[in-house]
Design a protein. Structure first.
Length: 151
């Protein structure tokens, strides 16, 4: 199995666990004399099996990411870099948006605001980070489809 396939299965397990959780919560209480729409014990058993599969996939993906090399770094290191690029871009975008001054002056007594940062420079940096993130993500995705999952 390729790493990308395992990532898809891992995401499916995560979604399945969320769905099972919601279904179980609907079945744990019923009015006296009523029957639950599904057997909560069976749903709990299915959730346990899904959680076990989810755990195995996480372990295999983590091992694979640790030993797989791309551009002189492990996939784990590149994933960390990608996540930080995203966080930095999000921060710069939020700062630039917060710094935009909109004057709604109705009288001379109203407080006037001014920006304390270079909005254009922040947006340019954010755009550069977004580009770097996209390019790195594309290389990671390509590696995911070429890399065999470590057992």
């Amino acid at each position: 199995m390729k790493l990308a396939e395992a990532l898809i299965l891992r995401a499916d397990c995560q979604k399945r666990l969320e769905q099972l959780r919601a279904r179980i919560l609907l079945c744990v209480k019923v009015q006296e004399g009523d029957v639950p729409p599904e057997d909560p014990a069976a749903l709990l058993a299915e959730a346990a099996r899904t959680a076990d599969q989810f755990e195995r996939l996480i372990q295999q993906v983590n091992r694979t990411n640790s030993v797989t090399r791309l551009e002189g770094s492990s996939l784990s290191d590149l994933l960390a870099r990608r996540d930080v690029l995203s966080q930095r871009r999000t921060l710069l975008t939020a700062v630039a948006e917060a710094a935009v001054v909109q004057q709604n002056a109705y009288s001379k007594s109203e407080v006037r605001f001014r920006s304390t940062v270079d909005i254009a420079a922040l947006r340019k940096q954010a755009d550069e980070l977004a580009k770097e993130h996209r390019e790195l993500d594309a290389r990671i995705q390509e590696a995911n489809w070429k890399t065999d999952l470590v057992p």
